[in-house]
Every structure is written in C-alpha cells, then in structure tokens.
Design a protein around this ligand. Sequence first.
Ligand SMILES: *Cc1c(COP(=O)(O)O)cnc(C)c1O
Length: 319
Amino acid sequence: MALQLLLHSLDLKGEVIVPSFTFVATVNAISWEGLTPVFCDIDPRTHCLDPGQVVELITPDTVAILGVHLWGQPCYVEELQSIASEHGLHLIYDAAHAFLCSTAKGEFLGNFGLAEILSFHATKFINTFEGGAIVTNNDPLASKLRSIRNFGFAGLDATDCLGINAKMSEVSAAMGITSIESRSDFVDANKRNHQAYKLGLCEVAGTRLLGYDAQGSNNYQYIVVEIDSGIAGVTRDQIVEVLYWENIFARRYFYPGCHRLEPYKSNSLYRDIKLPCTDALGDSILLLPTGTSIAEADILCICNLMRLAMDYFSVEAPE
Ligand SMILES: *Cc1c(COP(=O)(O)O)cnc(C)c1O
C-alpha cells in the first residue's frame, strides 16, 4: 500500500526500473498503479540493483527508478541518485528490510531518494501484525500522502484528491510501539545469531554467509547464505528439503525472480528478458531462521544438519 500510494501521488505514466530479485509486492505496486515494471539485474555481491545496468535500461518512457535495500543494505544510493538526477527520473526505495540500517557513513536509510517505504509485517524487524510507512524529507509530499491515506480528506467535509483508506489501526500501532521499544534487544539477538551462524557455517563446505558492513548500522535481521553446489555436492533445494524434514523452515528468498512469477512470466513483454545474476542467485540462496526465539544451540544444530544433508546426498545409493 505504501508503494502504491507513493507511486499514485507522483501521477506517473510509463516505465519504472526495478530489480526482479525482490519480493513480488515491490513489482506488483508498480503494476497496480498502471505503470510498466522494467526488470533490472543485480550486483551478485550485494544482491542490490546494479547501477550500470539501470543506465542501459533507461528509455524515453522511463519515469522512475525503484531500488530495494535488500537485507537492509544500502542500494548504491549515491550512484542511483546521480543517474536519476542526470536523466530527470524519480527515485524511490523499498526499504522494507531497512529499519535501523545505515550507509557506511552512518546516514540512515529512509533519507534517500524522494521517499522510501517500510514494512511492519510480522516477518519484518518491526512488527505491527500488518502495516507499513512512507518516509520522506519532502514536506509537501508528506502532507499529500497523509491526505491520500485518509480518503483524500482535506477538512471536515472536503476532499482534495483521490484518496483511499490506508490508515493503520490503533491495535497495530500499539503493537508497533512495543516492537520499537524492544529494538535494541532484537538487534542484539540477531547479531548474536549472525555471529553463531558465521562460526557454525565455517565448518559447512560450499556455503557463503552474507556479511554486514561493520562501518554502518544494521538490524542483522537476515541470515543469507549462498550455496555453491559444486563445492557442497548438493543443491540448495536438497538442503532445504532436509531442513524441512527436521521442521526447520529455511526460505528460498527471493526465488524465483519476479520475472518468473505471474503475471509477468506469461507477459510477452518479458519473454526475451535475461537476468543471469538474478536467476543464479535465486537458485543458490537460502535464508535461515533467526530472531529472539532461537538459541545458539539451535543454530549449531541447523549448521550440523546442513553438513549432514551434504553427506547424505553425496553418498551414492547402495546397489
Ligand atoms: C515484506 C516485503 C514487502 C511487503 O511488505 P508488506 O508489509 O507485507 O506489504 C515489500 N518489499 C519487500 C522487499 C519485502 O520484503
């Protein structure tokens, strides 16, 4: 809703450049607003939008760039800002993962582009059950968005635009306040878990745990592991299967890339699209459980299970 309201408020027509390696909601918001998503590949190192490829996708119909701060990492904010300024494009961000995250210089995400959106879904760092927010340093935009969020009301009996009901309920807000109060406990638990996975995964061949830049702040909310099946001797999907057997719900975020999901997959517009980094990462990535309800012993157990999965699948079946 936050992305839709934001795009709606800009009154655009045309193409929006967006990564395919994101949650499908990012792309769907563009489509719901009658705009055309143009999928861009990512930098395989950071998993964020590749600025070099963004430039190549700009056409006379391009109106905006929608970057995603994946796993709370800043999405090349300086490069994208100069591309947007040079080509006269709107720049907005999906910062659903990025509450309490900053650049290496300590500038908090939420401050970049024209505006950014946050998600407070129960799976995110701050939880309001369901909910989100738009953050911007642009005051006129903020007041326009407040009006759109509340049916377009500008006064008691007056509306000034096409609004909708996108208000947060009180009970969700109360949950959010509680969640915000616990933010440093969440960061500590996530950081401890990340460290424990780092140690545990050292022993598991063919795994690469995504690190967090020690220079900036992060919420350490995502335990992102890439599986090199050539070295591991098993595929990512086989590891996921073994973990599921043991009730460990590792997730394949974001698999498949949005261009391989409906309604994009069967749209002829995207038939010849080539996103090699998105496809390769989608096939090799694994997100492991973290948060306050997991202990270091559980993490050790998960790492051992991954090693077991590798042994199990790499042993040839007996005659
Ligand atoms: C979770 C998520 C969303 C959607 O957020 P909701 O609050 O569930 O609508 C959008 N983008 C990204 C990158 C997400 O991870």
